[in-house]
Design a protein. Structure first.
Length: 325
């Protein structure tokens, strides 16, 4: 006697996509049973387009099981962006389901307004160095520890997401040391970032190579809108030291300014032409004064609203250096 199927009827849209993408039965079942039921009704008219965005990068049933866990943690307002840019940005780097699962674990600790950015920017930036699943796990655990020590405010969530893999939670008095358990993890990057809190909230410490610091300083002195230094009576606040491997590093105090350009434009779409124009002007200026930023993609531009007008800045000079002009 044939066993009765208890699964819900396959959604008509999914039936078409299953043929187009030659989906395996298990993947069809996961999307039909665990993903589609969690999507709001307003997704229905564009369901084929939104699912296709993700299927373009992954047809793996395990990955779709993780996606089903992500959806409930995203607000309805932000869900469009999760499918439009968040998940595609992560999945195009082909993370393992295990790596994606680790990223999900930090979601409850994040401010709701930053959760899409975890997949749109944070995880992709972490995956750029092709870390192992264990390294991804350590990165997430370190960010989670940072959030537990502070809070889930928008600022601290933003710091955690935008600096996965190089976020340090040491106390200020121990800035010249690495925690032993983070040694291998921190080798992924050439720099570190230490956010401060309390009266120094919005102040960060970047630990970078001397060549990167000189390029950042040169851009600042030549009027380029950069991530702002903290400046005291004697000028820029920084100090040089040798790390545990004997490498020269510079500890720089800076102000965490603005929000990522993509997030700003999502809220202020009419400003896109003006903001993009200013971004291009910054790139041309850097080239003119002989500064190679190293990774001047849109994720490293922030926008700060000053007197109602967008001030565009370029940040993260960790890979920067001077070049002959």
């Amino acid at each position: 006697m044939q066993k009765r199927r208890e699964n819900r009827e396959i959604h008509p849209t999914l039936q078409e996509l299953a043929q187009t993408y030659a989906l395996e039965p298990e993947t069809i079942n996961v999307i039909n049973e665990k993903v589609i039921p969690k999507l709001p009704a307003k997704f229905a008219p564009l369901l084929d387009r939104e699912l296709a965005r993700i299927l373009k990068y992954s047809k793996d049933a395990k990955t779709w099981r993780v996606i089903a866990k992500i959806i409930p943690g995203i607000s309805r307002k932000e869900l469009w962006y999760l499918f439009k840019t968040g998940l595609p940005e992560t999945l195009k780097l082909q993370p393992s389901p295990e790596a994606l699962e680790n990223a999900v674990k930090i979601m409850p600790l994040l401010h709701k307004g930053v959760r899409v950015s975890l997949f749109e920017y944070g995880v992709p930036k972490l995956l750029e160095s092709n870390p192992s699943n264990e390294e991804v796990k350590k990165s997430i655990e370190n960010a989670a520890e940072y959030l537990k020590r502070h809070d889930s405010s928008f600022f601290h969530s933003k710091v955690a997401v935008e600096n996965l893999g190089r976020l340090s939670v040491e106390e200020v008095k121990r800035l010249s040391f690495f925690k032993p358990e983070l040694q291998d993890h921190l080798k992924i990057y050439s720099d570190k970032l230490i956010p401060l809190s309390g009266k120094l909230e919005n102040v960060i410490i970047r630990i970078i190579k001397p060549s990167a610091f000189e390029a950042w300083k040169h851009a600042f002195e030549n009027g380029v809108p950069v991530e702002p230094f903290c400046v005291g009576k004697r000028g820029i606040i920084y100090s040089k030291f040798n790390d545990e491997m004997g490498r020269e590093r510079v500890r720089v105090f800076a102000r965490y300014a603005g929000e990522r350009m993509r997030d700003y434009l999502r809220k202020n779409p009419k400003q896109e032409l003006k903001v993009k124009k200013r971004m291009n002007a910054i790139l041309k200026r850097l080239e003119k004064i002989g500064v190679e930023h190293g990774h001047a993609h849109e994720g490293n531009f922030v926008v700060e609203s000053v007197n109602g007008k967008p001030l565009v800045r370029v940040i993260d000079f960790s890979l920067a250096h001077m070049v002959p002009t």
